[in-house]
Design a protein around this ligand. Structure first.
Ligand code: MG
Length: 447
């Protein structure tokens, strides 16, 4: 049986099994107290358990005195933006992101419209031990609805300063959008229509019955590839159920791979706004090549969008994100946002006047390989300790596990946060080299 997973990025489980309504109420009451019993904005993705989760969460919040604003089914970036632009003390996004349909989760949002910073999240988790004081009936919070959050989100995207909306509209791009029956069907087609696109919708009903694997990975996007070809579309977009990850299919009906979403967005934004960019340690080194072309640097953080967003704020980066299709554009906000990504990519297409497959060709190609080592829990650390010696002639980055930095390759070795395994990620300039490096690394570590 799966476990209830509690981490700095929220609490996740299978609804009714590990994530029960009681647990949802308990987390919500504590979050209400943690947020000084102020106003809390709540949105959810399309999962079938969403309404029950919402009822539990709102009951918990109101019983400790929080007013609750219900956004209904919306994307996670819409909830984040709604919190940022209001006087709310926090927010909760009810979504298990790309996990299968039977899962659900709560992601906790701070007053600033970003997920709780890791140290705040830790503080919140510690507060779960304390008993909760409920308020008297006359001090209970009130429930209200806000049906305009998606509209405001779209308007903010249309106001990105360097996005030439008129130019995009004139072209009338033909776009196929696959929302996997997540929350995306309620925002992406509307945004694309505002951008003058002829929109062909796939899996746009927010039923929570996911039409295919929920992650926007190549293997899950056969239907989209087919639809782009059949309709002679200019581009295909796919999002995960809570719409913070974006994948692209070229006009040839071929998946580009999630890494390309951020890389294309970087090229477009840097051509308008210079500044150092931020991505996580496991994202493609093509970012370094792109940054070098524009005379800027790449900063790398631990995996997790909050780490990237926080660093971007510090550096005032114009663009950043994660290689899993998570694009962060500070003109809208410091969180991953797939609709923002669509607008940026269409802006790039309109400006370059080339097909998306050609724009993708212009990006340096690197290849990933992945492996893992199952070990006894007690041996995890001793294996990790061998790494500096094995790779003594290389530069090592110890921000998160150990990343070995070579010439046109890197090897990232880290302990899993949830299981007794060590993960090995490699990127290099050829598939064979990456696989070889991955195999060799695993051999040396278990020797
Ligand atoms: Mg997601």
């Amino acid at each position: 049986m799966s476990k209830l997973m509690i981490s700095v990025s929220g609490v996740r489980g299978i609804f009714g099994e590990t994530l029960t309504p009681e647990i949802a109420i308990n987390f919500a009451t504590h979050f209400g107290v943690f947020s000084q019993r102020g106003k809390i904005i709540v949105g959810r993705d399309s999962r079938i358990s969403g309404p029950e989760m919402f009822r539990a969460v709102s009951t918990g919040l109101m019983s400790v005195g929080c007013d609750v604003v219900d956004l209904g089914i919306v994307s996670t970036p819409t909830v984040l933006l709604a919190v940022e632009e209001s006087d709310a003390k926090g927010g909760i996004s009810i979504t298990a992101s790309h996990n299968p349909a039977e899962w659900n989760a709560m992601k906790f949002i701070g007053e600033n419209g970003m997920f709780l910073f890791p140290e705040k999240a830790q503080e919140f988790i510690s507060s779960l031990e304390k008993p909760v004081d409920y308020v008297e009936p006359n001090k209970m919070g009130k429930l209200s609805e806000d049906n305009e959050a998606t509209k405001r989100h779209i308007n903010k995207i249309l106001n990105i300063s360097y996005l030439n909306i008129e130019k995009i509209r004139k072209i009338k791009f033909k776009v196929v959008i696959d929302s996997v029956n997540g929350a995306g069907g309620l925002i992406s087609p509307k945004l694309l229509e505002k951008l003058g696109c002829e929109v062909i919708e796939l899996n746009s009903e927010p039923t929570g019955i996911f039409a295919h694997g929920a992650e926007p990975l190549n293997k899950n996007l056969k239907q989209l590839e087919q639809a782009v070809k059949e309709n002679n579309a200019d581009i295909g977009f796919a999002t995960d159920p809570d719409v913070d990850r974006l994948s692209i299919v070229s006009e040839k009906g071929k998946c580009l791979g999630e890494e390309f979403s951020l890389l294309l967005a970087e090229k477009f934004v840097l051509s308008h706004k210079r500044g150092d960019i931020v991505t996580n340690l496991s994202s493609s080194m093509a970012s370094e090549d792109i940054a070098a072309d524009f005379g800027v640097k790449v900063f790398r953080t631990k995996v997790g969008e909050i780490n990237v967003g926080k660093k971007m704020m510090e550096l005032k980066s114009p663009i950043g994100g994660e290689g899993n299709g998570g694009i962060i554009c500070p003109e809208v906000h410091y969180t991953r946002d797939a609709p923002v990504g669509m607008a940026l990519i269409l802006g790039y297409l309109a400006e370059q006047d080339k097909p998306i497959s050609e724009l993708a060709e212009e990006i340096p190609k690197y290849y990933f390989a992945k492996g893992k080592i199952k070990v006894e829990p007690l041996k995890l650390d001793s294996i990790m300790e061998k790494i500096p010696e094995i790779f003594q002639e290389y530069k090592l980055d110890k921000t998160d596990g150990i990343k070995v930095l070579g010439d046109k390759f890197w090897i990232h070795i880290r302990k899993s946060g949830t299981e007794p395994i060590i993960r090995v990620y490699v990127e290099s300039d050829s598939t064979e080299r990456s696989q070889e490096l991955c195999r060799e690394t695993i051999e040396k570590l278990v020797r």
